[in-house]
Ligand binder design. Structure first.
Ligand SMILES: [Mn+2]
Length: 300
């Protein structure tokens, strides 16, 4: 889906991700793989007036509802859901599906939001009207009811069980939404000062307190544009290639990763499919891939 952003082409992200070799990569880890195909997205009828404060909201909400059903079904069937976008508004559907599955077992989830942006705008605060700037607000209970209610319970996730990582570009009124929430926000400054390992340790502790585990929503624009150039909203000074792998490896090692999504891969703005290939490699690290298959000193 590309209805949530202002740059077309991000709807081709899943194709690029498949071409990058995710299936063979997952099978090489000894895991099974089922491609459940693309979730159908209804495009707006030509001539439909756009709501300037939430563009394409009806179509986005409908697609997120279908995605939610698909994610819940996958988890009900005992699978680990790996969702690929698409613009970041799909996260509302992904998290709704995870929450429905986990709530049915009386559990709660946390969320790690890896991103250059906070994605906590609402129709009241937004400057662009792009819904891909709103999903984390919707997940934590603020915004249009067609999004906030998708997971059954409102909020889907308690903002006190959310950690953002990699943040470096927040709109002025959006910053007030962040400040008014209980989200833990690890900006690039915290990563610079403390290192990615300390940040991830704190983030994992934060999102697993009182939960059965966490969803990791990975916007590839959280990495530096030199790592993932194929994104619609690049921001300099992002997470490095190795730091991104550390995020994923620590998520895997936590044993608490419930679900994973990778979003905002835009092949139109990419070169040689670099961004999808990097995203595929990050996904494999989150699914347990390691450089060696033993600890570094095991033969000493
Ligand atoms: Mn995002």
């Amino acid at each position: 889906m590309d209805l949530g952003g202002n740059r077309r082409g991000v709807d081709m992200g899943p194709s690029a991700f498949r071409l990058a070799g995710i299936e063979s990569g997952i099978r090489e880890l000894g895991l099974s793989f089922v491609d459940r195909g693309d979730v159908p997205v209804q495009l707006p009828k030509p001539g439909t007036a756009l709501d300037p404060t939430a563009k394409n909201l009806p179509e986005i909400a409908e697609a997120c509802g279908k995605l939610s059903d698909a994610v819940r079904q996958a988890m009900d069937d005992g699978h680990f859901p790996l969702v690929v976008g698409g613009d970041h508004s799909i996260a509302v559907g992904t998290v709704a599906g995870v929450v429905e599955h986990i709530h049915a077992q009386d559990g709660r989830i946390g969320v790690i939001w890896f991103d250059a942006h906070a994605d906590m705008n609402t129709p009241e605060s937004t400057e662009s009207g792009n819904v891909h700037g709103m999903p984390l607000a919707a997940i934590t209970g603020s915004g249009p009811s067609s999004l906030t209610q998708l997971g059954g319970a409102v909020p889907m996730v308690d903002s006190a069980r959310v950690a953002m990582i990699g943040i470096r570009d927040v709109d002025r009124s959006e910053a007030e939404n962040v400040a008014d929430s209980d989200v833990a926000c690890f900006t690039m400054r915290e990563i610079d000062e403390q290192g990615i390992r300390a940040v991830m340790e704190q983030a994992i502790a934060h999102v697993t307190r009182g939960t059965v585990g966490f969803h990791l929503s990975f916007d590839v624009d959280g990495t530096d544009p030199s790592v993932c150039p194929g994104v619609g909203t690049p921001v300099e000074g992002g997470v490095s290639y190795r730091e991104a792998h550390t995020v994923m490896e620590m998520a895997a090692a936590s044993g608490s990763l419930l679900s994973l999504e990778l979003v905002e891969i835009n092949p139109i703005l990419d070169t040689q499919n670099r961004t999808a290939i990097a995203a595929k490699d990050f996904a494999l690290s989150a699914l347990g891939k390691t450089i060696l298959h033993r600890p570094p000193m095991s033969r000493s």
